[in-house]
Design a protein around this ligand. Structure first.
Ligand code: GMT
Length: 383
């Protein structure tokens, strides 16, 4: 048992990062990994003899107004399962990926198990949409095993979808070889940031749910007391609205819109504080990435964020929309060197202990082993 098919959204986003990094770690442990996605996962940055990529082609027949991606995916999954004799399809997101996997399992000749990892958006958004509710529930219940990225997401899924099936919590992780603080003396200068200024950072896909206006208002209050710059990384529907708010507050010289960035870890290496003021967030992988680069975080007390930030230890939690409290915590922390360095060390400890990639990959491997009734070791035959 050693061939795993992985399906995720390959474009920018935490779920794609986790799926890809997991695939690379599995390959390093001797598994054969087959990515079945609409394009090459953006984080698949290296060549490995045990990693394969199967592109899902979307056919544009004149008769279809909307090309059926989910069906093309199911067909490709079934084809790869049969040809490569896959043991497991590990899909990220119940909707639509688990649904496609169930269809693939039904039509493939070779038996395959389905593992579904829930990342949040399908539950928090679609779970409330009655048209999709039953389908998401079906995707979860028909999977051989299901994981979620936080305890909070498990509870939310159980409540929203009235699910009895056991959902395992397997936390997200970061690639420690990529996310660590490095010295890049020239970077501040390149961005026009003075040595004396503090750097606050926010990273997201600029959707409404990220409440970036709260990030801006928090920063507005911080910069009144501390010389600082706000770096915004990412792009999305809220971007121009946020730029208008920045202009209306007269802080445009102190806010840098960098758009999407490939080497976020380098920018995190010059950051002093990270803000995540989301309305919903099942985990907040960007928090972990920041913490791994020695950056304390302030986040909202929602979703899985309290499972990542330890209030008063690695950062602070504030109630949704409480930008005054967030700014006050930020100012106090940035002015208190001893507390600040304790937070940095605590954050690094948490990344290395609670969320270490080697622990997480072992948890996934245990789960893979567990779905085979005869409990054959999935390592069988692997050196
Ligand atoms: O936040 C998003 O809109 C993207 C989405 C994704 O597909 O990456 O993020 C979700 O999954 C991440 C990886 O598990 C989590 O870190 C994010 O918290 C989660 N987003 C939400 O719950 C809104």
């Amino acid at each position: 048992m050693k061939k795993i098919g992985i399906t995720c959204y390959p474009s920018v986003g935490g779920s794609g990062v986790i799926a890809t990094e997991l695939g690379m770690l599995l390959a390093e442990r001797g598994f054969e990994v087959h990515f079945i996605t609409s394009s090459l996962p953006f984080r698949l940055e290296r060549v490995h003899p045990k990693i394969y990529f199967h592109e899902v082609e979307i056919h544009h027949y004149p008769v279809f107004q909307y090309p059926p991606y989910d069906l093309s995916l199911a067909a490709k999954m079934a084809e790869v399962v049969d040809r490569e004799k896959l043991d497991i399809l590990h899909v990220h997101y119940a909707m639509p990926h688990a649904i496609s996997a169930i269809l693939a399992r039904d039509i493939a000749d070779h038996p395959v198990k389905i593992i579904t990892t829930l990342h949040g958006t399908d539950i928090t958004v679609l779970g409330y949409d009655p048209t999709f509710k039953k389908m998401i529930k079906h995707g979860i219940e028909q999977s051989d095993a299901v994981t979620a990225v936080s305890k909070n997401l498990v509870e939310l899924t159980e409540e929203t979808l009235e699910i009895q099936k056991k959902i395992h919590v397997i936390y997200n992780f970061v690639n420690e070889k990529k996310y660590y603080r490095r010295e890049i003396p020239s970077l501040r200068k390149q961005y026009g940031i003075q040595e004396t200024e503090k750097v606050i950072v926010h990273i997201s896909n600029f959707r409404k749910v990220k409440r970036i206006e709260d990030v801006i208002h928090t920063f507005y209050n911080i910069q009144k007391e501390i010389d600082s710059k706000l770096i915004l990384i990412g792009d999305g529907p809220e971007c121009s609205h946020i730029a208008d708010i920045v202009d209306s507050l007269g802080i445009e010289d102190n806010v840098l819109f960098l758009g999407k960035q490939k080497r976020v870890e380098e920018i995190l290496s010059i950051a002093d504080l990270k803000l995540l003021m989301s309305q919903k967030e099942s985990f907040g992988l960007v928090l972990l990435e920041a913490m791994a680069c020695g950056v304390p975080c302030i986040g909202t007390n929602v979703g899985g964020i309290p499972e990542v930030i330890d209030h008063g230890e690695t950062g602070y939690l504030v109630e949704l929309g409480d930008t005054k409290a967030a700014a006050q915590y930020a100012v106090n922390l940035l002015k208190d060197e001893d507390t600040y360095s304790a937070f940095v060390n605590n954050a690094l400890d948490v990344v290395h202990n609670r969320f270490h990639s080697s622990t997480v990959v072992e948890e996934y491997i245990d789960l893979y082993n567990g779905v085979f009734e005869e409990k054959r070791d999935i390592y069988e035959g692997i050196q």
